[in-house]
Design a protein around this ligand. Structure first.
Ligand code: PDD
Length: 287
């Protein structure tokens, strides 16, 4: 497998980073995950804009222009021998050079960032998962207050996600101060009486590219939708609950904390939105 590291494409086994890299020592970096269908990246410009916002959020200069990112990502995609990919993009604050403290919280001076890209086969929800839906657990959102930054320091998300796995579920739905934020690695939508709802963008959550596409499709197809704060009671009384992300796409949550959501099966709006999303994807890829 060919990966990209700091200006070079090379086999995975040859890609090496210093143990003093700030990504390793501090989790000091940001990332993106871009879905690729039939060798075409989906919504790449949106991902690159969000990467810029994440870099701004951690005060790290973007090492590349949009055109340079595009070129590297397209080259990486072309080097893989599978067509549907999940491209991972990571930028860290790099490795302090000679004469600088090897480990200091303070930003190092004149240190180039570490840029790492690799691709894995894209694993979306299986037809069986789509047909049956998945279960989720809920938890208090105990992450830092900058969920809008797609930071590589994901310890809280890792621990939260593992709770779901330990319960044989797919995702952890997070609540902060009695309101829905998002999933440990996804955004969450609630359907009640035919209205689709999701919380507004804020520092407390990552606004997903998939989430934005879902809202665009809802608007384009006349599906009633609202972006507003969602109290826990509305999550628990939902007719439908969905998780969305670049890799899971739109996936119905049919059980929350062991309690069936609505009818306990993927609802009509989830099926409709998934169909709209699949059609939209295909149209974009053909264009
Ligand atoms: N995560 N919220 C969180 C906390 C996420 O980690 C993700 C995606 C999303 C959905 O964003 P998008 O629709 O742009 O993928 C929301 C990726 C897939 C990951 O960490 O692997």
């Amino acid at each position: 497998m060919s990966v990209y590291l700091n200006g070079r494409f090379l086999p995975l086994g040859e890609a090496k980073v210093s143990v003093l890299d700030r990504g390793f020592l501090f989790g000091d970096g940001v990332y993106e995950v871009v879905p690729v269908y039939s060798n075409k990246p989906f919504r790449l410009d949106d991902h690159l804009r969000r990467l810029q916002r994440s870099l701004d959020g951690i005060r790290l200069a973007n090492p590349h222009t949009i055109a340079e990112w595009r070129e590297r990502i397209l080259q990486l995609i072309a080097l893989q021998d599978f067509a549907d990919q999940s491209v991972y993009v990571q930028v860290t604050r790099g490795t302090p050079g000679e004469g600088q403290p090897p480990r200091d919280h303070v930003f190092p001076q004149a240190t180039p960032p570490t840029v790492f890209l690799f691709a894995q086969p894209l694993v979306t929800a299986t037809p069986a998962q789509k047909a049956a839906g998945v279960c989720a657990v809920s938890a208090v959102d105990n992450r830092w207050l900058r969920g809008d930054i797609k930071a590589i320091s994901l310890l809280a998300n890792v621990l939260l996600r593992q709770r779901a796995i330990d319960a044989d579920c797919a995702e952890t739905v997070m609540l902060r101060d009695g309101f829905l934020t998002e999933g440990s690695a996804s955004n969450i939508f609630v359907v009640k009486d035919g209205v689709l709802r999701t919380p507004p963008a804020s520092n407390l959550m990552l606004t997903g590219i998939t989430h934005d596409v879902v809202l665009e499709l809802a608007a384009a197809h006349g599906i009633p939708h609202e972006v507003r704060a969602i109290p826990e009671a509305e999550v628990r009384a939902a007719d439908e609950l969905w998780m969305t992300s670049s890799t899971r796409e739109i996936l119905a949550i049919v059980k929350l904390d062991g309690v069936p959501v609505g009818a306990g099966a993927p609802g009509p709006l989830a099926r409709r939105m998934d169909a709209l999303y699949q059609t939209f994807k295909q149209e974009v890829m053909r264009a």
